[in-house]
Design a protein around this ligand. Structure first.
Ligand SMILES: Cc1ncc(COP(=O)(O)O)c(C=O)c1O
Length: 303
């Protein structure tokens, strides 16, 4: 399966999403010889110190300061904020689809303007597809839907089919800076562990052989057609990355508790506590979608 855009073929394997983000941040600083990193409000890139530093929610950062200097946030989707990306910016780190913000998707013209702005000022564009990658949104990478290519691509989660693995991916010219001054600019003991790598390869095979990515849109449509209830205020989704919005956390929390008791594993989003996460494995069948939705509706009704 051809999964990477031409040239974006140097893959550095690590053990998790946060660790992949850390590697990408280091790589951008080293390649550009700049240290300022821009991310988005309500972004989640992981819980390690570097990833937390570019996180977009103060509540989660407050207790851990001082964090990395030179970080700032722009509003996801704001065209006017693109002017804050300058010749001093090493990289912009952005989730293609914002996950923990409650499944938020900026428009194609925004991503294209962001790509143009980064190229104009020599800042690297780092796309975090840790949640959105590996087919979840209906294309192998979510960025394919916006017709842009990042300078550094970051993935994990679905990549391992349940095993711990992550990666940051760049052109050879960019990744090559880790090889000198000093040699071994980024190292990890277990990164690319053969068992995790085998699981990742098996995941790719299953995605391909079972044609799972092509079924994402249809499965998402089925979820949306079944999840109709007066208490569900809205459904936001990009493929099988879905959020059901309720009146408030106080309304949602007991529903989540009941859903879990009934056997549906779900939760709310870190920065959007009025919405329930729907993120099934891509292998879910239509019978299982019917069953899960019936249980979610039962949990909402409190029966
Ligand atoms: C968009 C995004 N980036 C980074 C991470 C961090 O990945 P990990 O939990 O594997 O460290 C997550 C995890 O939820 C995520 O959703």
């Amino acid at each position: 399966m051809d999964t990477l855009p031409a040239g974006l073929d140097n893959v550095y394997l690590v053990n998790s999403g946060s660790e992949a983000i850390e590697g990408a941040m280091k790589l951008a600083k080293r390649y550009t010889n700049r240290h300022n990193l821009i991310s988005c409000t309500n972004a989640y890139h992981g819980s390690t110190q570097g990833a937390l530093s570019i996180g977009g929610n103060e509540e989660f950062k407050r207790g851990y300061r001082p964090l990395l200097p030179g970080t700032s946030q722009i509003f996801y989707g704001s065209f006017s904020d693109l002017a804050k990306i300058t010749e001093d910016t090493a990289a912009v780190v952005i989730e293609t689809i914002q996950g923990e913000a409650g499944i938020r998707v900026a428009c194609t013209t925004y991503f294209q303007a962001l790509r143009t702005r980064c190229s104009e000022v020599g800042a690297l564009l780092i796309l975090d597809e840790i949640q959105a990658g590996f087919g979840r949104t209906g294309t192998f990478w979510a960025f394919e839907q916006f017709e842009i290519v990042p300078d550094i691509l970051v993935c994990a989660k679905g990549m391992g089919g349940g095993m711990p693995i992550g990666a940051f991916i760049a052109k050879k010219e960019v990744m090559g800076v880790f090889k000198y001054n000093p040699l071994l600019g980024h190292i990890t003991t277990f990164g690319g562990h053969p068992v995790s790598a085998a699981a990742s390869l098996a995941t790719l095979r299953v995605l391909q052989e079972e044609n799972l990515i092509a079924q994402v849109a249809e499965k998402a449509k089925l979820f949306k057609s079944l999840l109709i209830h007066p208490q569900i205020k809205a459904i936001r989704n990009q493929g099988l990355m879905m959020a059901l919005e309720f009146e408030s956390f106080d309304v949602l929390k007991p529903i989540i508790d009941r859903a879990i008791q009934l056997g549906v594993i779900t939760d709310w989003f870190l920065f959007c506590d009025d919405s329930m996460r729907i993120a099934p494995p891509l292998t879910i069948t239509s019978n299982q979608i019917h069953e899960a939705c019936a249980l979610i509706l039962q949990a909402i009704d409190g029966t």
